[in-house]
Design a protein around this ligand. Sequence first.
Ligand SMILES: [Zn+2]
Ligand SMILES: [Zn+2]
Length: 165
Amino acid sequence: MNEKLFREMQDAGRVPIDVARMDEDGATLEGATGDILDLHSEYIRPLGGIAYSLEATPAGPELLVRGSLRATLEAECSRCNRTFSFDVSVDGFAESFELDPAAEFLDITDAIREAVILEIPAFPVHDPGCKGLCAQCGADLNDGPCGCAAKGSDSRWGALDGLGV
Ligand SMILES: [Zn+2]
Ligand SMILES: [Zn+2]
């Protein structure tokens, strides 16, 4: 067992499993990763790591890992631009990993990260009923009507009138 490498991985916020010393009953894994969610997004940012609660069970040449994952993220609403935070959870995480008999541990960090990323909405909204911004004046319609709608579909002609056309 390369204790030093194992500790370095844990210190880096990763999730290595000590498979070499695991008995046949498996192991319970509880904790949180470090900041491993590199989303490369201007609009969505992770607030900390991924909390995990997992059961690892050896099954022949594989290790079955099941449980739940949770992460908190911050995003700009795709309709109204306000910043809000939300949780993403994966309740039915289940993944089997092939065990390399020569390996002392198994690193499941990438699988955890990918499972959470799949649950992140491409266009997050701060509320399912978000009314967004007025396309004409930019007002936040969640704060109430801006008046543009009252002018109806003629407003673009109104804008031309304003230009003296
Ligand atoms: Zn919104
Ligand atoms: Zn408006």
